[in-house]
Design a protein around this ligand. Structure first.
Ligand SMILES: Cc1cc2nc3c(=O)[nH]c(=O)nc-3n(C[C@H](O)[C@H](O)[C@H](O)COP(=O)(O)O)c2cc1C
Length: 283
């Protein structure tokens, strides 16, 4: 199998890089191994031009996104590792993630590739939403997230603790395991569909996963809480859910095209408000 490790940390020999290397090195030698440091790529921000819609059209920004997507297409399975920065993932995850509208309908190309994710964070209980953001980045790439690891390690090298390495070895084995293997989460009450721990709970006990929209009802029996999931929506990260989302975006583009003159009239007076300021070198 060809296993691709994506490292979303600018830190050379940092914890994310070390863990990806540790995981790849622990796999049998007959697997092909490749790594890409996302922060080394030239990836520009999405311009929100929607030129990549409808499905089948490509993003027209010229940078390294195609290189990255081609390497992912060529891989059989992936490891994605990111440090937690300001309670979220590294910016490269968000910047690349924002460019994925162009592959929203391409599940046939990526689907079925297993992926495990690793998030390193330095301060106890400051992991924020980084795990969920990295997992959903993988899901927006149509990857099948079969497990993840949150690693408390601040200084480069601290992730090479024996217990962490053992957990990383166990996790990466899931990439080469036969289909239908263990997908168990880190525990606690998480979303039944996407395993996110970011659940909104109303005073009446209604539960909504803020990541995938799955809903349910909080229940308590003998002092033990559980969630009874009542969701009837199409799973957001399934091929059908992604295709539906792509169609929704296409309908927004059509609505924009049909209303743009009317909207331009509404917006026109605001172009006179010119309060922008720029750095000296951009004037
Ligand atoms: C800009 C910046 C922001 C950070 N924000 C957080 C944070 O919000 N929570 C946390 O636990 N650690 C935070 N950290 C610590 C890193 O997550 C931690 O050092 C991690 O091991 C870095 O992984 P790396 O060596 O792969 O880059 C931050 C580090 C930097 C440089």
């Amino acid at each position: 199998m060809k296993i691709l490790g994506l490292v979303a940390s600018p830190r050379r020999a940092g914890n994310s890089e070390l863990l990806v290397k540790e995981m790849l090195a622990s796999l049998p030698a007959d697997n092909q191994k490749e790594m890409i440091r996302l922060t080394d790529l030239n990836i520009k921000m999405c311009k929100a031009c929607y030129a990549c819609l409808p499905a089948g059209k490509k993003c027209n920004i010229e940078d390294d996104l195609d290189f990255l997507l081609d390497r992912i297409r060529a891989a059989d399975a992936l490891i994605i590792a990111s440090p937690c920065y300001f309670l979220g993932p590294h910016t490269s995850i968000k910047t690349i993630g924002d460019r994925l509208i162009s592959v929203m309908g391409d599940s046939h190309e990526f689907n079925g590739k297993k992926c495990v994710t690793v998030v390193t964070y330095g301060i106890n209980s400051w992991e924020g939403y980084a795990r969920e953001a990295v997992n959903n980045f993988a899901r927006f790439l149509h990857l099948d997230v079969v497990g993840d690891l949150l690693v408390h390690a601040a200084i480069p090298g601290e992730a090479l603790d024996e217990d962490i390495k053992t957990a990383a070895h166990e996790l990466v084995k899931r990439l080469i395991a036969p289909p239908g293997g263990d997908k168990s989460s880190s525990g606690g009450l998480t979303c039944a569909d996407c395993d996110s721990s970011l659940l909104q709970i109303s005073a009446s006990g209604h539960v909504r996963c803020v990541m995938c929209g799955t809903t349910g009802q909080l229940q308590c029996e003998s002092g033990q809480f559980s969630i009874h999931y009542t969701n009837k929506i199409l799973p957001r990260f399934s091929p059908e859910g992604m295709t539906e989302h792509g169609r929704t975006l296409e309908s927004y583009k059509e609505r924009y095209i049909s209303k743009r003159r009317e909207l331009a009239q509404l917006c026109k007076p605001y172009s006179d408000y010119d309060w922008w300021v720029y750095p000296n070198n951009q004037q």
